[in-house]
Write a protein that binds this ligand. Structure first.
Ligand code: ZN
Length: 271
């Protein structure tokens, strides 16, 4: 095995990497746990299928490290690698769960963590398509475990609002799945899994773009089973992935981490 693919941990260990004694020690200081919920889905010809789960693991690790600087202990759980990715299934490789199954997986992971003493749960979005399912899971779990507290922070709009300032793209509001921002984060996390020679530039035609403003005010959930990612983008990419750099990725992770830390502190620590 070449040394660069050996298992390496950048930053504090998560529960997957800790010993039981280390978990015991952490539980003496905290009952806060971060549970990232990712996906295995196509991310263009240049990024691995595990991109969302890799970023979720990295985000949780960065949050643990940042809060530790302020003397606040939180534990990162292993990322649930599978999510709701049915809209990617026309590409080779993605693995999708039904919403019911994902709720059951989150439920039983939370149940195990609760058993060990964790009470405050950060269900960390690490694939946008999981959001609705995670909200339902949190709502149901809070009824089953009345002494536990669940938050589901959606960092995506927070980060997108900063895209015009941070990205090089001339169309920052059209950078979405596997575009400049996400490719940049992957370059910051696992550059050895990014093939920039294959990074595409592809913008979804306006009539197929789900992010285009709608001709009415308000927020409306729209579902259409026949129009998936393949119809919207033959490369699987939405944006200009060629412009991505690890430096941009670090800036984006900084924005996300700062926001997540402020949310966790406001909801769990400063109360
Ligand atoms: Zn992604």
């Amino acid at each position: 095995m070449s040394p660069d693919i050996l298992y390496t941990v950048k930053g504090p260990k998560n529960l997957f990497e800790m010993t039981w004694e280390e978990v015991e020690e952490a539980l003496e200081k905290t009952d806060i746990v971060i549970l990232p919920v990712g996906s295995v889905e196509q991310h263009g010809p240049h990024l691995p299928l595990g991109s969302d789960s890799i970023q979720g693991t990295d985000m949780a690790r960065r949050v643990v490290a940042e809060l530790a600087k302020e003397g606040i202990t939180v534990v990162a759980a292993p990322t649930i690698p599978f999510g709701v990715s049915h809209h990617h299934m026309k590409f080779p490789g993605p693995i999708t769960l039904s919403s019911d199954t994902l709720i059951a997986v989150i439920w039983e992971v939370v149940d195990s963590l609760y058993h060990h003493g964790f009470r405050r749960f950060v269900l960390l979005l690490s694939h946008g398509g999981n959001l609705k399912t995670m909200l339902v899971a949190a709502q149901d779990l809070s009824i089953e475990y009345p002494d536990a507290y669940f938050i589901v922070p959606d960092w995506i709009p927070v980060q997108s609002a900063m895209y015009p300032e941070v990205l090089k793209s001339e169309r920052p509001n059209d950078e979405h799945h596997s575009g400049e921002g996400e490719t940049a984060r992957m370059l910051a996390s696992t550059p050895n899994l990014v093939n920039m020679e294959k990074a595409p530039v592809y913008y979804v035609p306006v009539e197929l773009d789900p992010y285009q403003p709608r001709p009415y005010p308000g927020s409306v959930a729209r579902e259409h089973g026949e129009v998936g990612m393949k119809e919207m983008t033959p490369t699987g990419v939405m944006g200009n992935a060629k412009l991505a750099t690890a430096e941009t990725g670090e800036v984006l992770y900084g924005i996300i981490t700062d926001w997540l830390c402020s949310v966790i502190k406001a909801e769990f620590v400063e109360k």
